[in-house]
Design a protein around this ligand. Structure first.
Ligand SMILES: Nc1ncnc2c1ncn2[C@@H]1O[C@H](COP(=O)(O)OP(=O)(O)OP(=O)(O)O)[C@@H](O)[C@H]1O
Ligand SMILES: [Mg+2]
Length: 497
């Protein structure tokens, strides 16, 4: 039986067509995927269905009754509860204060988090809680409303596998109870494993609804990108994989750029490694194993509590992110909203890092700057239809801007924390290739990803962290999911390589 029927739903922002005309039908007891490339209109659809924005045209029916969802509170009353793509929390307020703001009983959210086996201190400031845990709070908050339809907009994008599993368990629970889930993700494996049906959007229109199980992956990519683009994509993937395999042999050429010795901070309990120019070193870990602290210390956002760091043989003791940047270390952080100037244009955001002292271009030359920005936009295929304010870009396009801003800024070491979070399958490959090109040009790259399948595609070498220590080292090509998971759970005795 159909729970939700949306027909020919459209939304424009001035000249920008966010959603052209989209149909969607979700059955009771169904987990339904909503798929599409960055900027296809998925989040717009979710916001319309949950009353955050109003549609320009089309109709929505719930159990056969026409509805106009005029506000989020009305959406909640009729059984629609969303988890939006980016956490909707005020960083300076505590977790409990944030929850009270949304009108949900704090005890109910706590109860849901206990069921998810997640322990969060509700008196902590939301800004100090790691992003993956904020996502779980958002999930618990939506569950606390016990909705007929849970709408999950890229909730797993920032989640390591252990937390993603708990989201899947919730989705299964909802299905079992005859309720429904609308699930947005760029991880196709999740769609194949979890979803009963999938509707694909392209350029603001639905282009097909299909059953993902049993080899639907290729079909999905074809729908998302269009058949021609999908073919080109498949060819590029083959070439990439061959090139990656060939490149790995050559990786040991560069001198050590980044040295870390017995580093201790927060949950990081003494970690040592070295990273050479030309090399991409992966860090794989479940949630909360010290990876956040490692990246924060290297980027100058936290002070080390013990141990040494060096860059090109010189001691590195950054007291501030600028110190790290001056030493040639730049960070693509987990939380894009902190990295960007949301009210500013795409151009200003990409150009921003030039206004500090690392610039190698000398005084600002507007023409040179325009060229540089255009090149970065092109390299990452940033959708610039809404470029006057970065906050209006789709989530994936914002993520691309966080990477673009460092291109050609003259860094030696790139610290990438989940850089492809929320980026669609077509562009992910471009980012892998871009990282490889940067390494070939001599950059050293430290790479954390919450998506395990990225490690063998991207890395020369992978270290696994567990309980704040390194528990394994794998060659890039040996870093398959099973080996990574064993080492990430601290289960490996024999160390590969
Ligand atoms: N407030 C706004 N003003 C102008 N354009 C907007 C606004 N909000 C969204 N858009 C545009 O609408 C289009 C669809 O955006 P939407 O966020 O729905 O994409 P998406 O499918 O969720 O993509 P992603 O996978 O990157 O999250 C984009 O081109 C985006 O720039
Ligand atoms: Mg989105």
């Amino acid at each position: 039986m159909s729970l939700l029927e949306a027909r020919e739903v459209g939304k424009r922002y001035g000249p920008v067509v966010a959603l052209e005309s989209a149909n969607l039908s979700v059955d009771a007891g169904e987990v339904h995927a909503l798929l599409g490339a960055n900027g296809a209109g998925k989040s717009t659809f979710v916001k319309i269905l949950t009353g955050v924005i109003q549609r320009d045209g089309g109709s929505v029916e719930l159990r056969g009754e026409p509805v106009r969802v005029s506000s989020p509170s009305q959406a909640a009353r009729i059984g629609l509860a969303p988890v939006f793509q980016d956490p909707a929390l005020v960083p300076d307020l505590t977790v409990a204060q944030n929850i009270r703001l949304t009108g949900v009983a704090v005890e109910k959210v706590q109860q849901r988090l206990r069921e998810l086996d997640i322990d969060i201190d509700f008196t902590e400031q939301a800004g100090d809680v790691p992003l993956p845990l904020l996502r779980m709070i958002d999930l618990a908050r939506a569950m606390a409303r016990d909705p007929q339809l849970l709408l999950l907009d890229e909730i797993t994008a920032a989640l390591p596998s252990d937390l993603a599993e708990r989201v899947f368990a919730v989705m299964e629970e909802w299905r079992r109870r005859g309720r429904s889930v609308l699930f947005i993700t760029h991880r196709l494996a999740e769609v194949i494993a979890m979803c009963d049906r999938a509707t694909v959007l392209r350029d603001g229109r639905d282009v097909g609804t299909l059953v993902p199980r049993g080899g639907g992956e290729r079909q999905i990519v074809e729908h998302m990108l269009g058949p021609e683009a999908a073919k080109a994509e498949a060819r590029a993937a083959e070439v990439d994989e061959k090139a990656a395999a060939e490149d790995r042999g050559a990786a040991d050429a560069g001198a050590t750029t980044l040295g870390v010795s017995d580093l201790r901070v927060g949950s990081l309990a003494g970690v040592s490694f070295s990273l050479r120019g030309g090399e991409i070193l992966g860090i794989a870990a479940l949630e909360g194993q010290g990876q956040d602290d490692l990246f924060a210390v290297l980027a100058g956002e936290r002070r080390a509590e013990g141990g040494e760091m060096s860059v090109a043989g010189k001691a590195l003791r950054p007291r501030h992110p600028y110190d790290a940047i001056r030493s040639g270390l730049v960070l693509v952080p987990a939380d894009r909203l902190l990295a960007l100037l949301p009210q500013r244009s795409v151009r200003e955001n990409i150009a921003a890092p030039r206004y500090n002292r690392v610039t190698r271009w000398g005084p600002i030359n507007p023409r040179e700057e325009r060229r540089r920005v255009a090149k970065a936009i092109e390299a990452l295929q940033i959708d610039t239809r809404a470029q006057r304010q970065v906050r209006r870009l789709s989530g994936g396009n914002q993520q691309k801007v966080t990477i673009a801003r460092w291109l050609a800024s003259g860094f030696q070491t790139l610290l990438c924390f989940d850089p492809t979070r929320g980026i669609d399958v077509g562009t992910k490959r471009q980012i892998y290739a871009l990282l490889r090109r940067l390494a070939d040009d001599g950059a050293a790259i430290l790479f954390f990803s919450s998506e395990l399948s990225e490690f063998p595609l991207v890395c020369d070498r992978v270290l696994t962290l567990f309980g704040g220590r390194i528990t394994g080292e794998l060659a890039g090509e040996g870093a398959d999911e099973a080996s990574l998971l064993r080492a990430m759970h601290g289960l490996v005795e024999e160390v590969a390589v």
